[in-house]
Design a protein around this ligand. Structure first.
Ligand code: SAH
Length: 351
C-alpha cells in the first residue's frame, strides 16, 4: 500500500494540483485548504461543506498530522505557557508561548530531540529521534492558538532540534505560515535559530524570505566553541561568520547572535574582547542568555557582574547587546527539559 500524503504540508497550489489529478475542481481544494489552515480541523469528517464521498476519498489518500496536548504548564510569573505535544506516532515535542507587549510569540520545535550534541543543551541528551514534517511544525502553532483562543503573531524556530538539518520542512513551514490563507504571519515576525549549518545558511540567504536569522555562537574562539558545540569541528567560526556576512549582504537583514553565558567557560573579559573583535562593524545584535542549568550538564549561569562586564566590552566596541529576559523560570521553559522529564517518568514506571 502506498503511503498516505501529508495533506497539511502541501501548499494551496500543490493541493489544487492533487485535486485536479483526482478530477476535483480547484475551489474544492481551496475549501479543504481553509478547513486545514483557517478552521484547523484535525479530521476530514469535520469538513461539513465537503460531500461525504469526497471526505472518504480524502481519508483514503491523505492524513492530517495534527498534535494533541499531553501536558500544559503555565508560569505564574509571566504567563509563559509550555506545551508537551503528542504527535501521531506517539513521539513528543515541546512548544512554548511567550507573552510580549507586541503579542504572543510561539517557540516551535523542528525535530524530536536533536543530533547536534551541544554540551549545555537538554535536547541533545537522547540524540535525534526524527525530524518533523512541515505540518507538524505548523500544528504546534495551530494547537497552541486553538488552546489559548488568542492570535499568535510571532514565531521563533528555537525549540528542540536543528531547523537547518531539517531544512526542507523548515522552509516549507515558513512558506505555509506566511501564506495569505491561514495563520498569515509576516516573514519579519519569524526567526530561525541555527547552531551553524553553513551550506544551509547560504541556501536560506538565496531564498530572500525576509525572516530573521539567529546564530547560536556561544563562544568567541574555536577552542571554546568546539568544546561546547561539536558542529564547530565541521564548520568553524570563520566559515560560519563568512556565511553570516553573505546572508546579511544578500538580505539586508540584521542577524542576531545567541551567546549563552556559562560561568567560568565563556564569560571572561577576554572572551568579550575576542567576540567584540570578531563582530565589530557587522549588521548584528548579540543576545546574551544566562545558561539555563540542566542537571546532566553541570553548567552554571554566569554571575550578574560578569554579564555586566561582558556587555560593557561589547558596547564599547559598538556591538549592540541585550540580555535575554528569562521567561517561564518556574516551568522549565527551555527546550528539551519537559520531554526529558516525561521520558524519565515513564522509564521509572516501567522499571
Ligand atoms: N538548534 C538551533 C535551535 C534550537 S536551540 C540552535 O542551535 O540555534 C535554541 C537556543 O537555545 C540556541 O541558541 C541554543 O544554543 C540555546 N540553548 C540550548 N540549551 C540552552 C541552555 N541550557 N541554556 C541556555 N540556552 C540554551
Amino acid at each position: 500500500m502506498s503511503e498516505k500524503t501529508d495533506i497539511a504540508s502541501l501548499t494551496a497550489g500543490e493541493l489544487r494540483e492533487r485535486f485536479a489529478a483526482m478530477g476535483e475542481p480547484g475551489f474544492r481544494a481551496d475549501q479543504v485548504y481553509r478547513w486545514l489552515h483557517v478552521q484547523r480541523v484535525m479530521d476530514f469528517a469535520e469538513m461539513t461543506n465537503i460531500s461525504k464521498d469526497l471526505r472518504e476519498k480524502l481519508d483514503d489518500e491523505f492524513v492530517i498530522f495534527s498534535c494533541a496536548i499531553e501536558k500544559k504548564l503555565v508560569s505564574c510569573y509571566d504567563g509563559t505557557v509550555k506545551y508537551l505535544f503528542r504527535l501521531k506516532d506517539g513521539e513528543f515535542v515541546e512548544t512554548v508561548v511567550m507573552r510580549y507587549k507586541y503579542g504572543l510569540s510561539v517557540c516551535v520545535s523542528s525535530q524530536v530531540g536533536c543530533s547536534m550534541g551541544c554540551a549545555f543543551c537538554a535536547s541533545a541528551i537522547g540524540g535525534c529521534v526524527r525530524s518533523l514534517r512541515a505540518s507538524e511544525i505548523l500544528w504546534q502553532v495551530y494547537a497552541a492558538g486553538l488552546d489559548l483562543g488568542e492570535r499568535i503573531s510571532h514565531v521563533v524556530m528555537m525549540g528542540m532540534g536543528e531547523p537547518l538539518v531539517n531544512y526542507g520542512s523548515a522552509v516549507r513551514f515558513i512558506e505555509l505560515i506566511t501564506g495569505p490563507v491561514g495563520q498569515n504571519i509576516g516573514a519579519r515576525n519569524i526567526s530561525l535559530s541555527t547552531c551553524g549549518i553553513v551550506p544551509k545558511i547560504y541556501e536560506l540567504a538565496a531564498l530572500e524570505s525576509g525572516i530573521t536569522l539567529s546564530i547560536s555562537l556561544h563562544a568567541p574562539n574555536d577552542e571554546i566553541r568546539s568544546r561546547l558545540m561539536p558542529v564547530n569541528n565541521r564548520w568553524n567560526i570563520e566559515e560560519l561568520l563568512k556565511a553570516v556576512r553573505f546572508y546579511i549582504r544578500k538580505t539586508g537583514r540584521r542577524v542576531s547572535f545567541e551567546y549563552t553565558m556559562i560561568r567560568g567557560v565563556n564569560d571572561s573579559e577576554e572572551c568579550a574582547s575576542q567576540l567584540a573583535q570578531r563582530l565589530r562593524g557587522m549588521l548584528c545584535h548579540v543576545n546574551l542568555i544566562p545558561v539555563n542549568s540542566v542537571r546532566e550538564t553541570g553548567m552554571r549561569a554566569a554571575q550578574d557582574a560578569q554579564i555586566r562586564q561582558f556587555i560593557a566590552v561589547l558596547e564599547r566596541a559598538g556591538v549592540n547587546t541585550t540580555v535575554r529576559r528569562t521567561l517561564g523560570a518556574d516551568i522549565n521553559a527551555s527546550c528539551g527539559q519537559l520531554r526529558k522529564a516525561n521520558q524519565e517518568k515513564s522509564n521509572s514506571k516501567e522499571g
